[in-house]
Structure formats: C-alpha cells, structure tokens
Design a protein around this ligand. Sequence first.
Ligand code: LLP
Length: 876
Amino acid sequence: MPSATPASDRWIVLKFGGTSVSRRHRWNTIGTLAKKRADENEARILVVVSALSGVTNELTAIADGAADSAERVATLEQRHREFLAELELDADAVLGDRLAALRNLLTDPRAASRTLDWQAEVLGQGELLSSTIGVAYLRAQGLDFGWVDARHWLQANFLPNQSPWAQRLSVSCNTAPDQDWRRAFAGQANRMLLTQGFISRHADGGTAILGRGGSDTSAAYFGALLGAQRVEIWTDVPGMFSANPREVPDARLLTRLDYYEAQEIATTGAKVLHPRSIKPCRDAGVAMAILDTERPELPGTTIDGTALTVPGVKAVSRRNGIVLVSMEGIGMWQQVGFLADVFARFKKHGLSVDLIGSSETNVTVSLDPSENLVNTDVLAALSADLAEICRVKVIAPCTAITLVGRGMRSLLHKLSDVWAMFGRERVHLISQSSNDLNLTFVIDEADADGMLPLLHEALIESGAMPADEASVFGPSWREINGAVRHRGVRWWSAPSARDRLLSLAQGETPRYVYDLDVVRARARALAAITAVDRRFFAIKANSHPTILRALVEEGFGLECVSRGELERVFEIAPSLPMERVLFTPSFAPRAEYAFALERGINVTLDNVEALQQWPEVFRGRRLWLRVDLGRGDGHHDKVKTGGKSSKFGLPLAKLDEFLAAARAIDVRITGLHAHLGSGVESAQHWNQIADELGGLADQIGTIETIDIGGGLPIPYAEGDEPFDLAAWGEGLAAIKAAYPAYQLVIEPGRYLVAESGVLLAHVTQVVEKLGIRRVGSDAGMHTLIRPALYDAWHDVANLSRLDDTEQEPFDVVGPICESSDIFGKRRKLASATAEGDVLLFSDAGAYGFVMASHYNLRGLPAEDVIEGVSGDVAAG
Ligand code: LLP
C-alpha cells in the first residue's frame, strides 16, 4: 500500500489495563490484536500495559510504609511466579532480576525515611514486572516484540509551583512534537514494542509517577509524541455509555464522540477513561478508541476531532456525595473583594470548588468528594472561617446530575420533561457551563435514587438525546449483554392473525380490532391472584359490549365513572347483580349520584361538600370513600390522581370532618378506596396503598372493603419490563394476612384489554420534507389520542409489508389539523411503504376507541372483536 508515511514511522498505540494483563488468554488476545493491527495498517505497534490487577494497591501500601511490607513483597513475588507458571515460562530466567530489585527496595537506605524518589520506584515495580512478563510470553509465541523502558522516553515536566510530592508522584509529561525523539524511538529494532504505563523519568534521572489513571495517560503521551494513527484503550467494558449501565441498563454505547464531549463525560462520571488522557491526544490530533478486550468485535467508542458534530445530549451522569456550601450575606455584591475573601478561605482548607451559583444575597458552591477531602472536620473549620464574613449553611449529601453534550444551549426547549422531573425535587443549584457542553442539577442524594433511568428515557423521548443517530449511538448495554426482554411474539404477527386483520382492513379504516382470547388470558391471570377477593374492570378503558360480557363471564364486576357507563352495563348485562357494579364518579352532577344510589349501586364519594350540600341524596346510605394518600403515580403526569394538584380524593386532613358529616346524615362508610394513577410500574405500589388503607380502616371502624384501585401497567415499548404479577400477588398476600378482616378489591382497566387491541389504518400519503420522511395514516389523534396527549408509545408496523427487511425511519402522522397529530417519530417501517398499505398500531385496546372523537368532523373508528386467531400467543 503506497503511503507518504513510511511504515516504520506509522504507529498504533494499544493500552491494556490490569485485568487485561492478568490472565493467559488475555495475553493471547493482546498478541493477536497487536499483530492484526500491525498487518492491517502496515504500522508499528506500541503496547502499553498496567500492572497485574491489585498489584499497584499493594505497592501503594508498601510505599506508605505498611508494617507488613516484607510479607506483602513475598506475596507479590509469589503471585508473579504463579502467573509465570500459568504462562509456562521460567520464573527465574524471566523475572529473577526484577524480583530481586523489588526485594532490595525494602532494604534500600531510603526506605526508612520513605523518600519520594524511593516511593516512586516502589510504585513503578508493578508495570516493570508485568511488561517484562508480557514481552517474554509474546516472544515465546513467536511475535517480534521488544521491551521498552518508558522512563527512557517519557520525561516528567518540572513545574515550579507544584509541591515536591506532585513533582514526583503526580507528574505530567511534555508531548511537544520532536522529530529527533521520534526518529530515535523508531530506530528500535523490533516491529512491535511493549512498555509500561504509569511511569516516566524524573529530571534527576529517577522514576516519576503519572498519578491516577496513569496508564491511559502514558498511552496518550506516547500516541501524541509518535503522532500515532490512533491510541486504543483496551479495557473490560465496551466503551463509554450514555449513562452508567449498572444504573441504566438501556444506556447506549457512544460510538463516536469529539474530544471535548469525551473529556466532559470522563470528568463527570464515566470511569472507563481517565480524563487526563484526552488532552494530549486532542492537542496532537490523535484519535482515541475505547475497546473491550473480551469482546473485540464490538464497535467501542471512538474519540476524535473529525466527527461531524451531532448536537444533543450524549450522556447523563451522576456524582454522589456532593457537599453544597450556601453563603448568605446582605448586599454582598456591593462589597469589593467579597468573593475573593470567600475563595481564599476555601483555598486555605485545600478545597477546590466545582459548581457555583449566585444571586444578590447568596453564593452557593459545590465540593466534589472525588477532588477534595471533605470530612466533617474540614467542613467545620471552613464554616467557622466563613462565618466571619457571611452566614453559612452546609447541605449534604447531594447528588450532581449532569447532562453532557454539544449544543446544550440550543436544546433547552426540548428539556421540558427533564425540567418537570427535577421540578418535583428540591433543586439546590443549576449550572450551565459556557462551553455549551454541560448542564448540571444538584439535588438531595435521596431524591436522586431511581431517577437516572427515567431521566435517560425522558431525554430520548423528548429528542434531546438523539438516540437514532447511528453515527453516535450504538447498541444498549442490555442488547450487548443479550438481556433484551422481548415482549414475546405479538398475537397480531402470527400468520393467521395477520391474514384476518388484513382482510378486516379491507372494510373501512381506521378500525380497532380486539382479540378476545388475550382479554380472557389476562382476566384469568388476575383471577389467579388469591389475595384479591373481588375484581372489577374499569370500563372507561374499553366499553365494547363483547369485551364487557366476556369479563363478566370471567367473574369480573364492572367499575363505572358516569351515568353513560352505568347504562352501558345495564344494557349488556341486565341481570348483573348490583353488588358487581361500582360507581366512582368525579365532579359528577348530583343527579348521577341519585341515579346510581336509587338502583342500589355501590357509590364511592371523594369529598365532604357533596355530603354537606346534598344530604337528601345520601341520607341513610352505605358509601365508599375515596381518599387521597398525598401522592400520585403513573406513566405520565396527566394520569396521576393523587396529591395536592389532583382533583381526586378526600385529603386525609379532612377525614374527621367527612366522618362527622356522614354520621350526621346516618351514612355508613363501608369501603375505603384509593387509586393514585395509571400505568404504575412498581409492583410494591399497591401493597403500600393497601397498608395505608388498612391502617385507616382500623381507625374508622365501619370498613368492610378496601379497594386499591387499578393502574397496572403493560409493556408498550421494547425493553419495558412486563408487569411482575407474581411479585404483586405476593405483596398483596402479605397485606391480606396483616388485615384479614377486610375484603380486598381491585379495579384495573388497561391491564385486561390494552394488549388485546390493535388499531388498523391505511397509509394516505408518504411525503419527504427537508430530510424528514412522513407516513400519513387515516387514523389520527381523533382515533387514538394517547401519543398526542401523553407522549405515549405505540409500536407501529406496516402490516402489508411486515416481512420487508429493508426499513428506514419515518415520522408517522395523522390527518388532523394539529401539530400534535403524530404517532411517533423516526419509526422503522418498510422503505417501500406506500399509499394503501395497512398500518397497525399495537397495544391500543385500552383508552383507544373510548377516547376517540369527531374532531375535524372525521368519523369515529370501527370496532371488531375476533377470537381464535392467536392460539397460545394470547397467554404470553
Ligand atoms: N379506577 C379508577 C378510579 C380510575 O380512575 C382508573 C383510571 C382505573 C381504576 C383504571 O386504571 P387502569 O388500570 O386502566 O390504569 N387515559 C389514560 C389512563 C387514564 C386512567 C383514568 N383512570 C391512558 O390512556 O393512559
């Protein structure tokens, strides 16, 4: 391959960390990778290695003068000998001199006073040992490797304002281009070379240590000095992710970042790459890559300066243990030098400040524990000093949540859901950096728990994190680890079901089709939960007569919210006993309560005013009471039905007043009800409600039934967890055991019907506008309003071309004259999608048809109920 750069001067630097050099099979990988890179690129290879894992910690203890240093050295020697045995190498021949040097350091005259140069030498032994072993092993495999002493080539900078400790044990190195250096380095005989991370040469010729993250930084220094093609950091994770995958399994691999974004992500959270290692490569324009030694086939993260900038949030990170120091002083901005006085006091206590927020009368700063020693003594001393000039308050522990990505300023309009999420917590400090890369919120640590997965999801849904940009966002952690929970085959994709649907779609569309087998399967799953005594179906979710009859047959009662729903029940099941009907109205007119009570229907009331103002309606009746437990929950703010901002439920503060008003008109309260929202994901939510209601019931004394509402979720989107019905049942069984006196009642809607229903529509038009391709559907927000109202997700499929493999992203829109008439953005559909194709919107059996309207004078959708098409799939 012709090239302007002679092969002898074309370098690739590969760095392997502790876990990558501690096992034989990994050394095989190192050899294979080095050879492959050399051959593929006609390049020379420099491998930089860390010490075997755990060794540097031991050496640090020895350098710190641990009393059992001799034993530690013996253990280290043993460990390396054993490893050589595993590699089938002669320990004395390969490592004899090095081990002797290690032992000698203990008897070295400098050991007694632990001089800094001695400490540096001790610390450097791990890399000297591992690199010596590595070269011997790779050569034994027939590879052309030479051993390089990093201290000959990396010269520590001498910075006069640094402490002597930092000048020896936390140095940086010069990486200015130097042709002589490069020529001399290239003059080494072997095609592939292996050297140590972490160490460099002190000005006095001794060893100097690079400090934390040292091996990454060594690789970066070498890469910069060599003008390498790239520096590859091989580690035990696949790269940088859009969030910490341990906390957010849906976090996406970031396949391409620019240096500044990578730097910011490395600094605010991700531990895969030391932030110090980026600058040398950035300055020299050398690309970096983070790759997984165990899974070299994964794309990894590439960091370079040529990436086309994709604006958007790339990652969200969390730092715990943040301490906020809030300083109040009246009119302090008028005082010249006030901030200088403040910061002098932080400096005095060796504290470096991270974030700053200020107003006329307050300055608040954050201290990051990873940069500072912030213990109670230091804080007390600092507070005492600061108290001389202002009033001080320390707020801890806090969490800093940071959104990182280029173009943060132009994204603010997309962050409304994110702001809303923080709005529910107490935000102490917000900081936006002027480099346009970082937006940080500081909240109480306790409030941050569980927040990151939701935040990550909200960022993607709002478009602020452009997760569809394939050039930046790779597979999710869950996908990489093969742990994607597929919701199972959907009933509608079975060939028989699909044919049936396509033939139904030949009639008029839009059209809802419900599979009754799915409804029955869900009903039976719920009926199997024995802790629940009685089950009602909330017919607001779907009031199709055939579905209601099927659920009545399955033993369900019916829960209604309006006179219209009650009349539907009378119509489809005229002989249904009235105890199997519930009426739970909200702000309904007086006549509806009277209508229901006159028919002997169980009415649930949720305010005291009705009792006081309409005594004649309620006198002498038995009623259930709906309470507000002070909080709501659910898949969207608009479906949360508890807490101060919600119109539902009697606040507990009014309970006594309500009970007194009831007694005054001879009303007996026999049931207690709470429904805090819809689409609640935590299976524990209902135990908690039952427990609280049980406690209240004990106080009230007349209660026979506890109704814990509905709200059970279904998995709408890929990756959503299916609801854990077994865990739910177990939790309720425990509650039932604690409160055996009360009947336990549920009233779910969605869970029974959502997955049974699909919405069929025809493609009206396919249009491209300024790079966005849109598929129009004859169904719109007038047919299925959930996406427009709640940003809800419904899978969209082109049923006419379900098997087409060639797909591309389309925005799917309806025919309504509103910008919110969008079913989904960037949905993958067959590239050939064309007018007349049948589209299918899945999981539309709940809150679909029942919320449809005539808006724009368009017609209501048709409805069909089918059965016998899905076989076993329905039960899944
Ligand atoms: N009980 C009461 C008192 C309710 O208000 C509701 C729903 C339910 C039971 C049944 O909740 P489910 O199990 O279906 O979550 N249109 C929204 C849902 C609104 C729910 C209204 N109340 C949606 O499409 O997500």
